[in-house]
Design a protein around this ligand. Structure first.
Ligand code: HEM
Length: 510
């Protein structure tokens, strides 16, 4: 770093240290609200930059009520954990809240909002959503990829078997499994390699690290997003990291697209085989309302890779940690698996509808540990009145699903992991039951939920069917912590470590 940059940096930090505390204080002063029938509970003395915003907001909601307005930086923010308010925002008035705020993460890590998750509500987003739902996630398309999921599941159980008897971190295995499936479906093959010698463009370790960085940077509270005039200072250094990450992803995407293009040009009677092929084909479609550029393709591809890997792996990890914390539940699961599947084969996707207890475990994990603890931010597109509150245009809306999952008005004994509560209850996760919204609801609901749930249920079922699980020697169930790390997908702070033993005839593990 040269002397001038150093001086600018020191001055900027001095300024931040001296001035920002005063500014933060002024953020928290009550808002001037347009007149409305219901006064907003207005919160002061609150630090959203804390490590676990959803938990801090939960504490505040116990004091101020389930719907609160904060003034954070230059923008009004509404946080709600009210079932009724969530329903009005995501269903009744969905069209008024279907956009996203613009953030540095959207700008630098998703090719100027070229993906779906950060794209503003409008023609590009509508077209992308249609492509995802009709071309990429249609029931027919998902079925055509089933053989890949089966192959990767077998590889997953073989990896677990090779490490039976050792203490292993489950998340590593789950992430490898979800990343392998998504890569094959989206990119046609695994572009990452497990060993350095076979490396084509990126090693598994590097790719996982790029995804972790992407998740972290998309979940952080970047000061410049909230106080635009401070943006240029990049006080936390996040924007610098985003730009660096973009260069790494760019190299990866260019390699993938170029390779697909060559195959397309050199193969006789070329037919699209994966999602990148489909996007390339669509990019040449003159009928398309909004032309797809190369950057658009990169953004949309990256969304699929990022959206589908860590979320599903994290849910498997939370589910297993809760079972290890309450080992008496294992018997009920294995009784169901033995009855429905028997001990002579692995669990297949077709078995899942006959395994309600496995599904109940996943739902219970999603209730207590939703992957997106506050969904993705929604943005009020116009001044509106909802639930009796006046909501100004530009308000950022956060739906605190973490808080809703622990609400004693909605759930009996919410701190108790009890899958039974879902048996025979018909509470679904498709956005109809607003007390349980792991994938959101309405226009911006997760388009990948059919694939996400398939991956979670089948991996969980096979982990429990093929292996018995114990905590490492000396660790007791009560030692398994529930601490979290806030991010785009809220992870376990401490890895779930367990020891597996085979449960099926040995020839099945080959
Ligand atoms: C357990 C697995 C998953 C969970 C818990 C999850 C959760 C979510 C949530 C909460 C949202 C935001 C909803 C809102 O804004 O109200 C979302 C959006 C999204 N998810 Fe997922 N997701 C999962 C799997 C997947 C998969 C497998 C993919 C794709 C391969 C995917 C792609 C996306 C995309 C593209 C969006 C943005 C949609 C939009 O803004 O229109 N997700 N997801």
């Amino acid at each position: 770093m040269d002397a001038f940059s150093l001086i600018v940096l020191v001055v900027a930090w001095l300024f931040a240290l001296l001035y920002l505390p005063k500014y933060f204080k002024s953020w928290l002063s009550p808002l001037k609200l347009p007149p409305g029938p219901k006064p907003w509970p207005i919160i002061g003395n609150f630090n959203l930059l804390g490590p676990l915003p959803h938990q801090s907001l939960h504490q505040l909601s116990l004091k101020y009520g389930k719907t609160m307005q904060l003034h954070f930086g230059s923008y009004p923010v509404m946080v709600t954990s009210s079932l009724d308010m969530a329903k009005q925002i995501l269903k009744t008035y969905d069209h008024m809240f279907a956009s996203r705020p613009q953030t540095a993460a959207g700008k630098y890590t998703t090719y100027e909002y070229s993906d779906l998750a950060w794209a503003p509500y409008g023609p590009y987003w509508r077209q992308g959503r249609k492509i995802y739902l009709t071309e990429l996630f249609s029931a027919k398309r998902l079925e055509s990829y089933e053989y890949m999921r089966v192959e990767e599941m077998r590889e997953f159980t073989r990896r677990l078997y090779r490490n039976c008897g050792k203490s292993i971190e489950l998340k590593d295995y789950l992430s490898h499994y979800t990343l392998s499936i998504i890569s094959r479906i989206v990119l046609g093959k695994k572009y990452f390699s497990a060993s350095e010698s076979e490396k084509e463009i990126v090693s598994l370790e590097e790719f996982q690290e790029m995804l972790d960085e992407l998740f972290l940077l998309n979940g952080v509270l970047n000061i410049g997003d909230w106080i635009p005039w401070l943006d240029f200072l990049d006080l936390q250094g996040y924007v610098k990291r985003m730009k660096k990450l973009k260069v790494r992803f760019d190299k990866f995407h260019d390699h993938v697209i170029d390779e697909h293009n060559v195959r397309r040009k050199t193969t006789k009677n070329w037919q699209p085989k994966d999602m990148v092929d489909l996007l390339l084909q669509l990019a040449d479609d003159p009928e398309l309302e909004v032309k797809l550029t190369r950057d658009n393709m990169k953004g949309l591809t990256q969304d699929l890779i990022a959206g589908g890997t860590d979320t599903a792996a994290t849910m498997g990890d939370w589910s297993m940690s809760e079972l290890l914390k309450k080992p008496q539940l294992f018997k009920r699961v294995t009784d169901e698996l033995d009855r429905v599947v028997g001990r002579e084969r692995w669990v297949e996707e077709k078995d899942i509808p006959q395994l309600p207890y496995i599904e109940a475990i996943m739902k219970e994990a999603m209730r207590m540990h939703p992957s997106a603890v506050m969904l993705a931010p929604h943005l009020a597109l116009q001044d509106c009145k909802v639930g009796g509150y006046d909501i100004p245009k530009g308000t950022r809306i956060f739906i605190n699903t973490w808080s809703m999952g622990r609400d004693p008005d909605l759930w009996e004994d919410p701190e108790d992991f009890r899958p039974e509560r879902f048996i025979g209850k018909g509470v679904d996760i498709k956005g109809h039951n607003f007390e349980l919204l792991p994938f959101g609801s309405g226009r911006r609901m997760c388009p990948g939920y059919p694939l996400g749930t398939k991956m979670i249920l089948v991996s969980l079922a096979n982990m429990l069917h093929g292996f018995t699980w114990e905590l490492p020697p000396g660790i007791k169930p009560e030692d398994v912590k529930r601490d979290e790390v806030f991010g785009l997908a809220t992870q376990r702070k401490y890895p779930t470590v367990a020891v597996a033993k085979p449960r099926l005839p040995l020839h099945l593990y080959n």
